[in-house]
Design a protein around this ligand. Structure first.
Ligand SMILES: C[S@@+](CC[C@H](N)C(=O)[O-])C[C@H]1O[C@@H](n2cnc3c(N)ncnc32)[C@H](O)[C@@H]1O
Length: 260
């Protein structure tokens, strides 16, 4: 009975790939900062049995068919200078759902990925030819300063603790240059209206980490990023997340650099 209950609870948390467990790893940083994700081996095996790609398989079992396409279509409306997007960096790439679509559209010369789950990281490198960096769960330490045209994080800052998210924001500022774009989703104050919070509370999920949209836009503004787009997406078990799209604007005045 106890085992069955534990299994059911685990299944609920796994609904959208968000697990409560931390990684069992000898890497001290990753084990401290990285949160769990669905098993690569089991998912790849199940997808191949279904005859679908891993991305399509996950969209099917999560009842999220075409959702990636909807998000990517929204991004295409605001990220206009496609030819300038040669170097992309993704944080928490997971099963490559967005890498697959983004590579298809922007055909980057270089796609760097920071995925702390070693099995997924290895699979991503083999499947999509991405550079799977050794992820410490808090930095983009293998990426050169001012080298990235587009930074992407999908479904990551919705569950990382605030200070880990903040560390990544500092890193995003470092690795981008004057024409770069940044896209990620958050669970902002606008994602928790009365009806939605009720639905979260009834869902048994515990992962949502609220981060304030204004605080984040102010942070990026301080670093010369203008908010050029935002939209909601309803892919999470009980609620919605808010996507923010920033573009660095070199004409803005540079504020004092952040210290670590
Ligand atoms: C909900 S999944 C989203 C995966 C993928 N981006 C997607 O949308 O399908 C969250 C991802 O973040 C990764 N992750 C967890 N902790 C992390 C950390 N501290 N730094 C970077 N990635 C992390 C997980 O391994 C997982 O791949």
């Amino acid at each position: 009975m106890k085992i069955e209950l534990k299994h059911n609870i685990k299944k609920i948390f796994q609904t959208f790939g968000l697990e409560i467990s931390r990684y069992q790893t000898s890497d001290t940083y990753a084990s401290k900062y990285a949160l769990g994700y669905i098993s690569a081996k089991e998912t790849i095996h199940a997808a191949s049995k279904s005859g679908l790609s891993v991305g399509d398989y996950l969209e099917m079992i999560w009842n999220q068919r075409d959702n990636r396409q909807i998000i990517v279509d929204q991004l295409r409306k605001v990220i206009v200078f496609h030819k300038n997007i040669k170097n992309i960096c993704e944080i928490g790439t997971g099963a490559g759902l967005y890498a697959e679509k983004i590579i298809e559209i922007w055909k980057p010369e270089r796609y760097e990925s920071y995925e702390p789950d070693k099995d997924w990281a290895q699979w991503l490198a083999e499947k999509y030819n991405v550079i799977s960096h050794d992820a410490d769960g808090k930095s983009l330490c293998h990426t050169q300063t001012s080298s990235i045209d587009l930074v992407v994080a999908n479904g990551v800052f919705v569950y990382l603790p605030f200070l880990t998210t903040y560390r990544y924001f500092q890193e995003i500022v470092r690795v981008t240059h004057d024409e770069s774009y940044v896209v990620f989703d958050i669970l902002s104050e606008d994602c928790f209206d009365d009806i939605t919070i009720k639905s979260w509370l009834e869902s048994h999920h515990i992962y949502p980490c609220l981060v304030c949209k204004k605080y984040i836009t102010d942070f990026f503004l301080k670093h010369r990023f203008a908010l050029i787009g935002d939209f909601f997406n309803f892919k999470y078990g009980a609620g919605k997340s808010q996507y923010l799209v920033f573009k660095k604007d070199s004409s803005m005045t540079q504020e004092e650099p952040l210290t670590n």
